[in-house]
Design a protein around this ligand. Structure first.
Ligand code: COI
Length: 443
C-alpha cells in the first residue's frame, strides 16, 4: 500500500519524534489532507527537507478542556505513522455531544435506576490494541451480535458508585478509586482485562463534567454511576472472550428502597444460597444478581423486602442481606460477617468499619451464625441490624423471619447506631463535615 503523501518505507528505517505544542495553530490556507493507511485522516503541516510534519485532521481535540494539536514528524513512511497515530491516540477521549438533550426528571420523584443522562462513556478492548478508542457519546443502545458472549455466558462485571452535589453546588465522588480497584478484582476473577484506574477516573470526571446538570441537588439524591465491562466476542464456545467493552452510564437517583430510610423486613432463606466459597460471590458480576432473583421474589411474595443470605456450605452463617452487606449490634458489639470469599467487599461496609474503629467502638469482623442472632434476640442483646451498600447507604432492618420465628428488632424505628452511620457517611458524601478520612474526590 502507498501512503497518499509519499512512498512507503520499511517501518524499521523510520524514526518518529512526537511533539506536543499546545498553542500551535493550524496553518492558514489550503492544507494537504488525506487518510494514512488505517484511514486516520491526517494533514500535512509543513515540509522541512525530506521531513514532513503531520497532525491528525480531527484535531484540535479536547483533553481536560484544553485545545491541543498533536504534531507528528514524519520521515516519509505511512504505515509507521498510522500505527504511531493509532497508539498515540488510543487513549484520547473524543466527545460527541447530543443535539437532543432529554428533559430532566422531577428531583423529588427520581426512584432508583429509572432515568438515564444524555451521554455515556465507552471504550473497547482487543488483544492487539488493549483498551482503546475511549469516547463520550450520546446515551443510546448498543448494536450487539446475538452471539455476543456476555449474553450467553455472563462474562460481565460492574460497579456502583455515586456523584453528589454539595451545598456549594460542586460535584464530588465518594471513594471512586476503591470502586475501580474492586472492578479490577472482579475482572481478575472473571478473566477480563483490567482497566487503568487513573485513566478511568479521568474518563469518569470528563463524563461528569459533560453531565454536570444531571447531578440532582434535592436532599438525599445523587447521580448513580454504573461502570460496566462486557465480553463482546461473537462466539458460542465456552472460553474467555478476546474482546470487551467498558462503558459508564449515569442515572439520577433518590432512595433505593420504597421504605426510604425506614426499617425493612427480611426473610431468611435456607432454600436458596447466593454464593459459595471459591465462587464469584466476592465480585460484582451479573450472575450473582440473577441468582438472587428467585429468592428475592419469594421473599416479596411473602411480604418481605429482601432475603437474608446464609452461607452456601452449612447454611448456618449469615453472609449478606439482599444486595447489601449486613451489620448486627449485639450488646455493645458491632458485628459484620468476615470476608470469606463469598461476600462482596463493600465500600460502604468498609466505611462503616473504619468510622466505627475511629469512634473506638467494639467492632468485630467474624462469623456470625443465625443461631447466635436468635440467641441474642432471646436474651435481649440484639439491639440493631442494618444493611450497608452504595445504593441505600444504610438500610435498617426492623423484622426478620427465620423458619416459623419472627424477630422484631427494637420498637420498629431506626436504631441509633444505624442512624449514626447513615448521618456520618452522608455528611461526608455531601461535604457537610470535614472529610477527615480523605474519601471525597472533587470532579
Ligand atoms: C449496592 O447498594 O451496593 C448494590 O449493589 C445495589 C445495586 C446492585 C443496585
Amino acid at each position: 500500500m502507498i501512503d497518499r503523501y509519499g512512498p512507503m518505507r520499511s517501518p524499521m528505517s523510520s524514526v518518529f519524534i512526537r511533539r506536543e505544542r499546545p498553542s500551535l495553530m493550524a496553518p492558514a490556507g489550503p492544507v494537504r489532507r488525506g487518510p494514512v493507511l488505517d484511514g486516520t485522516m491526517c494533514c500535512k503541516l509543513a515540509s522541512v527537507g525530506t521531513q514532513m510534519l503531520w497532525y491528525p485532521a480531527d484535531r484540535p481535540y479536547r483533553v481536560g478542556g484544553h485545545a491541543k494539536y498533536r504534531i507528528f514528524r514524519k520521515f516519509l513512511c505511512g504505515d509507521t505513522l498510522c500505527r504511531y497515530i493509532k497508539e498515540e491516540n488510543k487513549m484520547q477521549i473524543a466527545t460527541q455531544l447530543t443535539n437532543q438533550p432529554k428533559t430532566k426528571p422531577d428531583q423529588d420523584q427520581l426512584g432508583f435506576g429509572i432515568h438515564f443522562s444524555d451521554h455515556m462513556f465507552q471504550m473497547d478492548y482487543t488483544p492487539d490494541l488493549g483498551w482503546h478508542s475511549p469516547h463520550i457519546e450520546p446515551y443510546g443502545p448498543f448494536a450487539l451480535d446475538p452471539a455476543t458472549m456476555v449474553l450467553h455466558y455472563g462474562q460481565g462485571i460492574f460497579e456502583g458508585m455515586k456523584a453528589y452535589r454539595n451545598a456549594s453546588g460542586d460535584i464530588q465522588l465518594f471513594r471512586p478509586r476503591d470502586n475501580f480497584k474492586r472492578l479490577n478484582h472482579s475482572a481478575r476473577k472473571l478473566c477480563i482485562p483490567e482497566i487503568d484506574v487513573d485513566f478511568v477516573m479521568t474518563a469518569l470526571k470528563e463524563l461528569l463534567r459533560v453531565e454536570k446538570d444531571w447531578v440532582p441537588a434535592a436532599a438525599g439524591t445523587s447521580l448513580y454511576i454504573r461502570p460496566t465491562i462486557i465480553a463482546t466476542d461473537p462466539f458460542l464456545g465456552v472460553r474467555a472472550s478476546h474482546s470487551y467493552r467498558f462503558f459508564i452510564i449515569l442515572s439520577p437517583v433518590g432512595a433505593y428502597y420504597a421504605e426510604g430510610f425506614n426499617p425493612i423486613k427480611i426473610l431468611v432463606t435456607r432454600e436458596h444460597v447466593r454464593a459459595v466459597r471459591g465462587g464469584v460471590g466476592d465480585t460484582k458480576t451479573m450472575g450473582n444478581y440473577a441468582a438472587s432473583l428467585l429468592a428475592g421474589q419469594k421473599a416479596q411474595d411473602a411480604g418481605y423486602t429482601q432475603v437474608l443470605w446464609l452461607d452456601g456450605v452449612d447454611q448456618k452463617y449469615v453472609e449478606e442481606v439482599g444486595s447489601m452487606n449486613i451489620f448486627f449490634v449485639i450488646g455493645d458489639e458491632l458485628v459484620t460477617p468476615e470476608l470469606s470469599g463469598s461476600i462482596l467487599p463493600g465500600i460502604t461496609r468498609d466505611s462503616v468499619l473504619q468510622l466505627a474503629q475511629q469512634a473506638k467502638m467494639h467492632v468485630s469482623e467474624r462469623k456470625i451464625s443465625i443461631d447466635e442472632v436468635l440467641d441474642a434476640y432471646e436474651t435481649g442483646r440484639l439491639n440493631e441490624i442494618f444493611g450497608s451498600g452504595t445504593a441505600a447507604v444504610i438500610s435498617p432492618v426492623g423484622e426478620i423471619k427465620y423458619e416459623e420465628q419472627i424477630i422484631k428488632i427494637g420498637d420498629g424505628s431506626v436504631g441509633p447506631v444505624a442512624q449514626r452511620f447513615f448521618d456520618a457517611i452522608m455528611d461526608i458524601q455531601y461535604s457537610r463535615v470535614d472529610d477527615s478520612m480523605g474519601w471525597v474526590e472533587q470532579v
